[in-house]
Design a binder for this molecule. Structure first.
Ligand code: AMP
Length: 395
C-alpha cells in the first residue's frame, strides 16, 4: 500500500510517499514559500532530485505540484494517482477530543476546526492540507494523526495548571504536550529493545531537536511531558525560551514597550540557545563557537543539558524509577557530546555511558555501559513512518 504522508505548515508542505509493505520511502520532498512565490524540492528514491521555483498561490496548488512530480515521466515514482492508496495527515492539535488517530470525515474536520483556537498557527494550515488533498484525490481515504494524542493518557495531576479550575472547564487551558508521534514511536521501540513489552515499564524519551520535549512513559502510556498548553513550554530549545516565570512577559512588555503578542514572538523565535548565545539555534554552530572560546555559546549548551537532566530527574521521581532512557531527533540522535553531558548528571541513577558506543551518530544503539543500572539508547525517530503505520492500521 502506498501512503502519502502530508505535514502542512502555514507556508510549507512536507511530504513522503511510503510503501507500507516494505516501509521504504519512495519519494519525499518539500514545498516552501506557499502563498509568497513558491518552490518545490522533490527527492525520488534512486533518481535525480527535482528543484524548481513554482507559482504556488495556495496549498492546493502546492499539492498539485507534488502530485505532478510524483507522476512525472522523469522524476516520478508512480504511474498515476490511483497508485496512492491512502493519505496520512499530521495534525498538530487534537485537544481533548482526539486520543487516537482517526479516519477523516466531515465530523472529524469540524472537530479539528474546534481545536483551531488552541493552535491558531498550525491547525488551520493542517486543515487546508486536508482540503487540498481531498480536492485532488476525492476518493482516497485519509487519516488524521495528532501530535497531542499520545499524551492524552496523562493523569489530571500532570496536566492541570495551578489556575482557577473554571479556565480548564471553560477554555480547556491545560498541558497537552506535543511531538506525540515521535514519543509514541520511540517509546514503543525502547520498550521492545529492553524486552518489557506487556510488562511494567518506566521509560523516558528525550526528543531533542530544534523543538525539544521529554516524556515519561509508564507501561507504554505517556504520563507526563515537558511541553504544555503550547510547544513553547518546557526545555530550552533552538529559538524557544521553554518554561519561564510568566511575570517576565509583563515585565518585558513594559521595558520594551511591546505588546504581549510581540513578547511571545520573542519567546518563540528569538530566545532559547540562539537568544542566549547570540550565535545560532543550530547545535553544530554552537559547539564550534564554544570550541573557539565563545562563552555565551558554552553557557547556552550548559543551560540546555542542565534543563534536560532536571526533567529526567523529575520524571524518574514521578514514576518512582526509570528502566531506560532514549535520545532521539537531530541533537539526540547525532550529538554524543550533549548526550554525555546530560548523562554526567545522572550518576545517582546508576547510569554509566559507553564512550565508544556514544560516538555513533544517527543509528539505533545502546550507549549505556554494561554495568549501567538504567539502559540508555539512541533511537532515530521517524514521524512519517509512524503516521504511515497509523494510517494503514486504521484503514
Ligand atoms: P531537528 O529539529 O530534529 O532536525 O534537529 C535540529 C538540530 O539537530 C540542530 O541543532 C542540529 O545542530 C542538530 N543536528 C542535526 N543533524 C546533526 C548532525 N549530523 N550532527 C550534529 N548535530 C546535528
Amino acid at each position: 500500500m502506498n501512503v502519502f504522508v502530508v505535514n502542512c505548515g502555514s507556508s510549507s508542505l512536507k511530504y513522503q510517499l511510503i510503501d507500507s509493505d516494505t516501509e521504504e520511502v519512495i519519494a519525499k520532498g518539500l514545498c516552501e514559500r506557499i502563498g509568497i512565490d513558491g518552490s518545490l524540492t522533490h527527492k525520488p528514491t534512486g533518481k535525480d532530485n527535482l528543484v524548481k521555483k513554482c507559482d504556488m498561490p495556495d496549498h492546493k496548488s502546492a499539492v498539485s505540484y507534488v502530485l505532478d512530480a510524483l507522476t512525472d515521466p522523469v522524476y516520478g515514482v508512480i504511474g498515476d494517482l490511483s497508485e496512492i492508496d491512502a493519505v496520512g495527515h499530521r495534525i498538530v492539535h487534537g485537544g481533548e477530543r482526539f486520543a487516537n488517530s482517526v479516519v477523516i470525515n466531515d465530523e472529524v474536520i469540524r472537530a479539528i476546526e474546534e481545536c483551531n483556537d488552541l493552535a491558531p498557527l498550525h491547525n488551520p494550515a493542517n486543515l487546508i492540507g486536508i482540503s487540498a488533498c481531498q480536492a485532488l484525490m476525492p476518493d482516497v481515504p485519509m487519516v488524521a494523526v495528532f501530535d497531542t494524542a499520545f499524551h492524552q493518557t496523562m493523569p489530571k495531576k500532570a496536566y492541570l495548571y495551578g489556575l482557577p479550575y473554571e479556565y480548564y472547564d471553560e477554555y480547556k487551558v491545560r498541558k497537552y504536550g506535543f511531538h506525540g508521534t515521535s514519543h509514541s514511536f520511540v517509546s514503543k521501540r525502547l520498550i521492545e529493545l529492553i524486552g518489557k513489552e506487556g510488562q511494567d515499564s518506566k521509560v523516558i524519551v528525550c526528543h531533542l531537536g530544534n523543538g525539544s520535549s521529554i516524556s515519561a512513559v509508564r507501561n507504554g502510556e505517556s504520563v507526563d511531558t515537558s511541553m504544555g498548553f503550547t510547544p513553547l513550554d518546557g526545555l530550552i530549545m533552538g529559538t524557544r525560551s521553554g518554561s519561564i516565570d510568566p511575570a517576565v512577559v509583563q515585565f518585558l512588555c513594559g521595558k520594551l514597550n511591546r505588546s504581549v503578542d510581540e513578547v511571545l514572538t520573542i519567546l518563540n523565535k528569538q530566545s532559547g540557545v540562539e537568544g542566549i548565545s547570540g550565535v545560532s539555534s543550530d547545535f553544530r554552530d554552537l559547539e564550534k563557537a564554544s570550541n573557539e572560546g565563545n562563552e555565551r555559546a558554552t553557557t547556552a549548551l550548559e543551560i540546555f543539558t542542565y534543563r534536560v537532566a532536571q526533567y529526567i530527574g523529575s520524571y524518574a521521581a514521578s514514576m518512582n524509577g526509570v528502566d531506560a532512557i532514549a535520545f532521539t531527533a537531530g541533537i539526540g540522535e547525532n550529538n554524543g557530546k550533549i548526550r554525555k553531558a546530560i548523562c554526567d548528571y545522572l550518576g545517582y541513577l546508576g547510569i554509566t555511558i559507553d564512550d565508544e558506543a556514544n560516538q555513533t551518530a544517527g543509528e539505533e544503539i545502546r550507549i549505556s555501559a554494561a554495568d549501567s543500572k538504567v539502559d540508555v539508547y539512541v533511537i532515530p525517530t521517524n514521524e512519517e513512518l509512524a503516521i504511515a503505520r497509523e494510517t494503514v492500521a486504521l484503514l
